[in-house]
Design a protein around this ligand. Sequence first.
Ligand code: ATP
Ligand code: MG
Length: 388
Amino acid sequence: MSRDVLLPGATLGVMGGGQLGRMFVHAAQSLGYGAAVLDPDASSPAGQVAQHQVRAGYLDAAGLAELAARCDAITTEFENVPAEALRRLAVLRPVAPAADAVAICQDRAAEKAQFVRCGVPCAPHAVIDSAGQLTTVPASLLPGILKTARMGYDGKGQRRVADAQALAAAWHELGGVPCVLEQMLPLALELSVIVARGADGTVVTLPVQQNLHREGILAVTEVPAPQADAALQAQARAAAGDVAAAMGYVGVLCVEFFVLADGRLVANEMAPRPHNSGHYSIDACDLSQFELQVRALAGLPLPQPRLHSPAVMLNLLGDLWFADGDETPRTPPWDRLLALPGVHLHLYGKAEARRGRKMGHLTITAADAAQARSVALQAAAVLGIAPF
Ligand code: ATP
Ligand code: MG
């Protein structure tokens, strides 16, 4: 389909109704676009705020046709939307990112091959497609982490394996599906970069994010990254831009990196959409990752975004709704939290709190990084989040 500019007034569609879709819809509407969401759930976070909601499965032919009829261009918020659905939509409407790029990001083996093609270092690894391959794994990859090639997120579908025996057991436990075994790397820190690329080849990046994970789930993001020097940050931004350009990517892409104990930068994985670690950009940058997604989809200009405030982002998991040992959810003390300066609360409209479920996030902005961190620690204490 042609890539004419879609000006505000047009309607933008999104595959998936989660929180990323909700924040995309907010950004689209704030620029004057209409928004339509396709999701099987009748009360999805994005469906609640969009003008149109198509309640259908991602491969439902009638649902896809209705979404295309309602919109002028379509994006995705959910990494595991079948690439086939995007291929079908692309016959009818401009779709960004393209199905082929999304398919690469959906498969850890393809993703790693893409990093290698771009000359971006990634963890030493082996692809395990069959039981026979378990015995041919180089010993140098152990101890390692076995990850399902597809459908993993928030640390799900992963097992740490110490030796060949544990590897075989873990592979069977994960269902005998195609997996990638990665060498366990000595991590000094974790970074991520949000890159946006337009159909005309313009590439911009948000400032580098430093991330802290707990139990495989992102817990804290700090920007500017306190422990990454300027050269490392420039390297990460350049690598993210190279990966996007090499895929001919159009849209917003997040590339996650490890920094090893010896200072080397290694790409971990990528997501073909805005990312949890980029949420701070709503409140701390003059262009958020969601506005970048809207602009890239609509074919609007992509000026270089600027961080106007140092920021700390805290994820709000469903655990906060449950006092120790209590099975009845309670509302966290938002009023006490909102008494702190520079606190931006984002709740996703999920009716039911569950442990480990992403219910919202909090961004703290301040005049300097020390102040942002200090208020973030106070916010964490008010909510019962462990200090960082
Ligand atoms: P998400 O989708 O939430 O980013 P995920 O389930 O796709 O997560 P990964 O990003 O692959 O999983 O891994 C989750 C975390 O596990 C990483 O952020 C890192 O802390 C740790 N980890 C992953 N791979 C390695 C490795 N090879 N060596 C050391 N630690 C690792
Ligand atoms: Mg990850």
